[in-house]
Write a protein that binds this ligand. Structure first.
Ligand code: SAH
Length: 214
């Protein structure tokens, strides 16, 4: 039997710390959140490996490093309301739930949302609300958000997301082609928007009205 706690510590040391994830709160939650419970039995033994894994419906849970890197780029202090687009397995939402006040996460595929809801209930996360809708339009009824994280690759930044981002907010999104993107960070200060390109990445497509077409 695999000792998941040991596997998690090894993941933190070898995949996160060694690649310069340095925010102590971020490292601590990766030691804590049981990633193996967010994948099916078939992939459980690989849950802490250095690569993405299938989660059904042709979708994937990102590699631990990229989840950590995106989380760190949001610079969370604990009081934020965060919107995630692309719930998938619910793992990224659980990580966020440990680091902020409230997580709102939207998923376009109802079966994935249902299974993420079950896992988040079973693992005890109560500050996560899941919506089934097209996240390229954000979640107007719950806006504004202090942080927004998009975990699928977009052709461009959907305008609604910037509208729903609060002042002094940060938004991270993979933008580019269907096969590869650039992880991009937007920071909003009044009317002023700063853009930084963080790194190259590969995500499944963001499909919707302001994303890729099906
Ligand atoms: N964050 C997830 C991984 C996401 S994979 C995790 O931690 O497991 C990307 C997800 O985005 C997929 O589940 C896909 O169905 C979803 N998705 C794609 N386009 C979307 C859209 N317009 N709105 C909401 N979800 C979307």
């Amino acid at each position: 039997m695999i000792d998941f706690e040991i596997a998690r510590e090894k993941m933190v040391q070898e995949q996160l710390r060694s690649r310069s994830i340095s925010d102590g709160r971020v490292l601590e939650v990766f030691r804590k959140v049981p990633r193996h419970l967010f994948v099916s039995d078939k992939y459980r033994s690989q849950a802490y490996a250095d690569h993405p894994l299938p989660i059904g419906e042709g979708q994937t849970i990102s590699q631990p490093y990229i989840v950590a890197f995106m989380t760190e780029s949001l610079s969370l202090h604990g009081k934020e309301r965060v919107l995630e687009i692309g719930t998938g397995s619910g793992y990224q939402a659980a990580i966020l739930a440990e680091l902020c006040k409230e997580v709102y996460t939207v998923e376009r595929t109802a079966s994935l949302a249902e299974s993420a809801r079950r896992t988040l209930n079973e693992t005890g996360y109560k500050n996560v609300e899941i919506g089934v809708c097209d996240g390229t339009l954000g979640w107007k009824e719950r806006a504004p958000f202090d942080r927004i994280i998009v975990t699928a690759g977009a052709p461009h930044l959907p305008p609604s997301l910037m509208v729903q981002l609060a002042d002094s907010g940060r938004l991270v999104i993979p933008v580019g082609g269907e096969r590869s993107q650039v992880l991009t960070l937007f920071e909003k200060n009044g009317a002023d928007i700063t853009t930084s390109e963080l790194c190259g990445c590969v995500f499944v497509p963001l499909i919707g009205k302001d994303g890729w077409k099906e």
